[in-house]
Design a binder for this molecule. Structure first.
Ligand code: PGA
Length: 248
């Protein structure tokens, strides 16, 4: 299975910072064909990023979108607008959207459905908080998020990302065992949903991934890539993650 390494820049980088990053990064990835690389800049830098990425194999993603196609939704961005800006992917259900912007499973499901209808590939995030983990509710939360988020959604053009909230931006990575345990569980939930393990559907790990820990995480049987925040902001750091080596 081809791994996916995706950069989530969150609310960071101006247009010129995005161009500078890509001018350095694109030559670094020449010749790397065995990994799907995705970059998700903020909305304002998408069109400039698309220009820089022309002719490269690096895919462009947005970090969110609205589910309606057009209309009176001040401040929102439609799926077709992302395509127009040059995106092939969109991240949906990131824990920061759920936490700060009150997106629930129903909203996430509507967004995934609308993204697919428009022809966008979706990176769908799930993950438990520290309180939920400590209360022994990790599997229950993950099962609910996966089942509700993916209700009536095709497993095609879909990538999942398991991002334990306590590991995001904290420097506290899940251990390989913790990641593997949840990834294997997600696979089981997918069997329940689709009647098969949806083998082509890749499940990424996210949460304080760095060049130092990426090899160990990518060696887990059911981990097929990474969604990277902080360590994706500098080309030198992100290229070291993209060129991970699987440990045995
Ligand atoms: P982090 O963020 O790598 O900075 O922990 C990951 C994410 O939120 O996608």
């Amino acid at each position: 299975m081809k791994y996916v390494i995706a950069a989530n820049w969150k609310m960071n980088k101006t247009i010129s910072e995005t161009r500078d990053f890509l001018k350095t990064f694109i030559p670094m990835v020449k010749g790397i064909a065995d990994v799907d690389i995705v970059i998700a800049p903020p909305f304002t830098a998408l069109a400039a990023a698309a220009e820089e990425l022309k002719g490269s194999t690096v895919a462009l993603s947005a970090q969110d979108m609205f589910w309606e196609e057009r209309g009176a939704y001040t401040g929102e961005v439609a799926p077709g607008m992302l395509l127009d800006a040059g995106c092939s992917h969109v991240i949906i259900g990131h824990s920061e959207r759920r936490q700060y912007f009150h997106e629930d499973d129903a909203v996430v499901n509507k967004k995934i459905t609308a993204a697919h209808r428009a022809g966008l590939k979706v990176i769908f995030c799930v993950g438990e908080s520290l309180e939920e983990r400590e209360a022994g509710k990790t599997f229950e939360v993950i099962q609910r998020e996966v089942e509700k988020g993916l209700a009536n959604v095709s497993p095609d053009n879909l990538v999942l990302a398991y991002e334990p909230i306590w590991a995001i931006g904290t420097g506290k990575t899940a251990s390989a065992e913790q990641a593997q345990e949840v990834h294997a569980f997600i696979r089981k939930v997918l069997v329940g949903l689709y009647g098969s393990p949806a083998e082509g559907l890749r499940i990424l790990y996210g949460g304080s991934v760095t060049p130092e820990n990426v090899n160990t995480l990518m060696a887990c049987k059911d981990v097929h890539g990474a969604l990277v925040g902080g360590a994706s902001m500098k080309p030198e750091s992100f290229i070291n993650i993209v060129s991970f080596k699987k440990e045995n």
